[in-house]
Design a binder for this molecule. Sequence first.
Ligand SMILES: NC(=O)c1ccc[n+]([C@@H]2O[C@H](COP(=O)([O-])OP(=O)(O)OC[C@H]3O[C@@H](n4cnc5c(N)ncnc54)[C@H](O)[C@@H]3O)[C@@H](O)[C@H]2O)c1
Length: 321
Amino acid sequence: MARTVLVTGGLGFIGSHIVDACVARGDRVFSVDDLSTGKREHANPDAPNFEVDIRNTEALEGVFRKTLPEVIFHCAARARIQPSFADPDLYFSVNVLGTRNILELAKRYGVRRIVYSGSSTAYGDRDTLPLREDMALSPQALSPYASSKRMGEMLMKDRGILTDGPETVCIRYFNVHGPRQTTIADGAYATVIGIFLDQLKNSEPLTIVPDGHRRRDFTWIGDAVAGNLLAAESSKVGSGEIINLGTGRNYSIWEVACHVCGLPNTTPPDELLKTGKCIWAPPRRGEAKATLADISRARELLGWAPRMRLEDGIAELKKGI
Ligand SMILES: NC(=O)c1ccc[n+]([C@@H]2O[C@H](COP(=O)([O-])OP(=O)(O)OC[C@H]3O[C@@H](n4cnc5c(N)ncnc54)[C@H](O)[C@@H]3O)[C@@H](O)[C@H]2O)c1
């Protein structure tokens, strides 16, 4: 059954793939993206984009009036940890107040469901793994970005229920990777696999942040999109449920570097450095020691399972360089 769908952040990495998937299944699809980090080349010709800032309530209402969406995939956000330290107010205004605007207008225009793009950064730094959605939030967020994404989730749950608003469901992504991910050209917005692949392409050493032993659960973009589509339809959700989308396996940044360089992932860090294929990068703050998703809730409530392993995803991406 075709639906009318609005994807916020529809010219960004994850949003543009959701747009493509919805267009491919025959939905009427619109995007709202102010191009602050999104890219025109990600636009799908069958999904008009409204170049509107989600903080601009009046312009955003115009989008709702013209499109009358049934489902919203809310991906628009300032979406990276490091730049949030320099401008926490920007992160608060886009990720929290912008999300409030989406909720308010969704209620006014009778949207059935919002699927919120949340983040595994909401967990903070935990000693207990895997990360389960029913864990209490850590007392302190690690960055203004993480803080804003936690607040967005709370709004989705509380406002949705307390004000008889739309149904809501909150996805917590774990390091999504795939085509259109950010690259070195995106500066502080670049993510680790995008940076490594660029460096490989340019025959430069891979820059590893000290303590490459940090571990991450990496999710393929196709799997993240599939989770969103299921979350929009599942009859088992709609009350602000938080759902991890990860793989249930994590990798150290060293191992990721080995996969990118085509070396055995058992290569000890010292040897990897000696090959000259990797060097140290400046340290960064605000990042957890390790992430690892418990994905039983996604299986149970969405009937979702990840299909792509990190090794295969990297191999797929290397074909393009
Ligand atoms: N990529 C990941 O691994 C990851 C992990 C956890 C959470 N997330 C979340 O997923 C969502 C999408 O992330 P992404 O990686 O695709 O990032 P992205 O930066 O590629 O996409 C975000 C999009 O939102 C748009 N945008 C930003 N501010 C806006 C505003 N004020 N008004 C309208 N549009 C605006 C940007 O132009 C961009 O196209 C974000 O909410 C992010 O917090 C992503």
